[in-house]
Write a protein that binds this ligand. Sequence first.
Ligand code: SME
Length: 171
Amino acid sequence: MSESVAISPGASREVIYKEIAPQIAALVHGETDVIANLANVAAVLKEAFGFFWVGFYLAKGGELVLGPFQGPLACTRIKFTEGVCGKAFSDKKTIIVPDVDAFPGHIACSSASRSEIVVPILGSCGKAIGVLDVDSDRLDDFDEVDRRGLQEIVTMIERVMPSHTNLATTQ
Ligand code: SME
């Protein structure tokens, strides 16, 4: 397994998503440990794009609990009904927030966060089991390229999620 992320210097985000997709597939292939996989995916996304914050929240005991992440410290627990993460989780739909101040109920873990994208992670039964959350310190930093790229990465994660984990799936 390669120990560094190979990306073309100065490439567009679209190109970088294409370059990292096979590298992430190789990283998670054959590894069934959820935390190990999520930790490496967060590291790859941080290294490839330099996002302000990138990480996972996982459904445990009826709420979303902070999982592996890269970036400043973050809120530990989020209710299924709260924030961008809770909404993406409950609706099982990706949400792009161009301006976090304009999103009702946005949870500001960091005042430096200006825009955000959250992708739900679905278990094999179709229930939401967590989210991938990416924050930027720039307004309007995410678009359809990010939606496609991050959803593709989440699909890879979903494929290698073991059918039995210690995650409490309540959605
Ligand atoms: N802003 C998120 C909370 C998580 S942090 O951004 C890391 C939300 O509104 O759900």
